[in-house]
Every structure is written in C-alpha cells, then in structure tokens.
Design a protein around this ligand. Structure first.
Ligand SMILES: [Zn+2]
Length: 398
C-alpha cells in the first residue's frame, strides 16, 4: 500500500476526540481505529504491535542496537470540524492556481500563504465538508513507512525503533496514559504539524488565572456609600494590565496575558485569563502583574473582596534540550546529510512532546507536510510527506 492509499484509508475514518467525554480514549471510534492500525502494523510485519486498554498503539523493532528511537503520532482529529473525509481532491504538480473545493469553496495564495511553500508539490485537499485529518494521520502514515523500512533493513539500522500512536491529543490529554516504560526509548520525536522544514523544540510556559471579585449589591436608588460594583472593579483591574500584551498584538517569542472569559453582575464578577511566555522569568513577571493589579484594585475599591488564583499548566521544553542535546543534534545532522534546510520555530502553544519530555523522554516535534489544519481548508503535501520519509530513513541510520 503506498503513502497516498494508506493516507486516504486512514482519513476516511472519523476519529474526532471529544472534550466533554470522561472516557479514555474520549471516543469509541479512536479505539476502533487503533485496532485497525494494529492489524495493519501486523500485516506489514510488526507482529508485536498491540493496543492497550486506553487505545494507545505500541510496537517495537529490535535491531540489536544499544539505543532506541521513538516515533509518536496522534490518531484523533480536532472537534473543530467534521472528521472522516472520503471524497478528497488530488492536485498533482501544483502550479500556484486557485483551488476550488468540491463544495465550491476556494483556496488561493492570498488567503492561504502556505500554498506558496508547496508549488510543484502533489497536494491533497478536502471535499469542503470535512477536515482532512492530516493532523495527524500524515504522521501515522510516515511512521508506517519507517516501520516497513526498518523491518527490511534491520542490519543498517543504528537504533532500535519504538513507535506509539496516541489518543486525544487535540483535547490536551495525549500524554495522560502515555507510558514511557512501554516505549523503551532513549529519545523520541512527535511527527505532527506543518512544514517538514520546521522543527520545534520550544513551546510556551503556560499558566492560567481566575480572578473573582465580590461586591455588595443593594437597590441602586439607595446605594450611596453602600454598593460595591464588582463589574466596575474587574474593569479597573483589567485596565491596569499592559494593553498591548495580548494575543492579537504579539507573535514569535512575545508572550501575552489573554482575558478569555468574563462572567458577572454587581455582586460577583469572574475574569479568566491565560498567561503565556517562552521565558519562564517573563511568565513570572506576568503573574506578578496580576498580583499588583489586585493590590491596586483593593486600594481603589476598599470594600471589594478579590480572590486571585493562579495555576501553572505546562512548561517550555527548551531548557531541557539545552542539557540533553542528543535528539536535537541528530535532527541537525540528518537534515545536513539530507541536504535540506531546517529551522526551529517556537510553538505558540503547548505540545504533547513537551509533557512527554518532562516525563523523562526528550521529544522534539518534526513536521509532516500538513497545512491549515482543523478545518475544511486543510491540505497535505504528499511530496513533503514522502520527503519526510526519506529524511527519517536517514535519521535511523546515522
Ligand atoms: Zn496534531
């Protein structure tokens, strides 16, 4: 089965994860899909492949080497759009033209600049009614090719190969039941995301904050000297934060304080924030800004009560890689030997790899050639997917 055939087979399954669900995996369809992946792995010769009770698929190829490399991809797709695309559109040797999806929607380079990066490539588009599911079934298909390669070339492998297909990445629960003992790896790579010419070893440090303002509500006609309006106090509080430190005005390594939810009336108002920064110290500064704003608000509204609760969510994996260079050096060496440029872009969010890294398994992310994910305008470059297979074949033999 070639890359395109396998990819079309896997994206035809709807494996949307579901945040509301309490089960692991969050949807039955992921477990059903995991069983199909195991069958297919066994069919290509990886006879020890299995799915565990949580839907995670594992497999191991012993090449009699000292070290083991892990490859990881997730099988769920985002609930932002319908999964299970069966009616794809293949465009060979893309020449930069406008693409008309089967439902009439249009993609062009003005609206989707990513198309500029894939001129000359073979591309696969959706039917306009579903997301494509290249996030992250492109990663799964690439890993299948490396498994085939490893089994056929046991003697030239410089590492043993361990693989895992995880569940529920899109709802932030990918690492929840991920078992590093089942991986037996020295380091690993998640294959997930955009261009294969970009890798990620940096992500945000993340915290969240809930600020509760408790006021006093009485009849407005006789409120003088008594009423304490928690809405006004919360507005004052927010006005004390730097107005330009917000998602819509920041990029690259710039962090932000993002007010994402507000609920309230006179007697009680709740503000919910997320705080993000690649630099741990700058994240601490942002937390302190909230504390200072609280203190100033208490001065301005003496009878208000404010509860400020700050929680840490996840950490930037970059400091870890400063001490554990092996995985990053192997990426650099592989791209150099493949005569291919690689750049490292900071992720403005989290990644399963970051959590897995802090579990003790260093785990940078590599691209798979998937673009505009989580919606009907998603597409993959089959050319980039094929190229990533060639790059990884080199990686396991260096
Ligand atoms: Zn993904």
């Amino acid at each position: 089965m070639d890359i395109l055939e396998r990819f079309k087979k896997y994206i035809s399954f709807d494996t949307t994860s579901n945040e509301e669900s309490k089960t692991i995996p969050s949807t039955k369809s992921q477990y059903e899909f995991a069983k199909i992946l195991v069958n297919d792995l066994i069919e290509i010769g990886l006879t020890n492949a299995y799915v565990d009770e949580y839907g995670y698929v594992y497999g191991y190829i012993n090449c009699n080497q000292e070290k083991t490399i892990g490859l990881i991809a997730h099988m769920d797709t985002s609930s932002d759009f319908k999964g299970g695309c069966k009616n794809t559109q293949l465009v060979k040797n893309y020449n930069g033209q406008e693409i008309i999806l089967k439902n009439g929607d249009k993609l062009n380079k003005e609206l989707f600049p990513a198309l500029n990066e894939v001129i000359g490539d073979d591309l696969l588009f959706t039917d306009g009614e579903h997301l494509l599911g290249g996030d992250d079934k492109a990663g799964i298909v690439i890993i299948f090719e490396i498994v085939k390669h490893a089994l056929a070339n046991l003697k030239s492998m410089k590492y043993n190969l361990s693989i895992c297909f995880t569940v529920d990445e899109e709802i932030g629960r990918g690492p929840l039941k991920f078992d590093i003992n089942k991986m037996h790896s020295d380091f690993a790579f998640t294959l997930d995301g955009g261009s294969i010419y970009e890798a990620n070893i940096e992500n945000f440090n993340a915290s969240s904050a809930k600020v509760n303002f408790y006021g006093i509500n009485v009849h407005p006609g006789s409120a003088k000297g008594i009423m304490v309006n928690s809405i006004l106090a919360s507005m004052y509080f927010n006005s004390l934060l730097p107005s330009k430190m917000i998602p819509s005005l920041t990029e690259g390594h710039e962090g932000f304080i993002h007010l994402h939810d507000i609920e309230g009336d006179v007697s009680q108002t709740k503000l919910s924030y997320i705080l993000r920064d690649h630099d741990e110290k700058l994240l601490e500064e942002k937390k302190n800004m909230l504390v200072e704003a609280k203190n100033k608000t208490l001065k301005e509204f003496p009878n208000i009560k404010i509860d400020l609760e700050i929680k840490d969510e996840y950490k930037n994996m970059f400091p870890y890689f400063l001490k554990h260079r092996e995985a990053v050096e192997l990426i650099n060496k592989t791209y150099l030997f493949s005569n291919t440029k690689i750049s490292y872009t900071p992720i403005r969010g989290g990644t399963d790899g970051a959590t897995i890294t802090y579990m003790g398994l260093p785990c940078p992310n590599l691209g798979v050639g998937d673009f505009n994910c989580h919606g009907k305008f998603e597409f993959v470059s089959l050319t980039q997917m094929q190229k990533m297979v060639e790059i990884l074949k080199k990686l396991v033999e260096l």
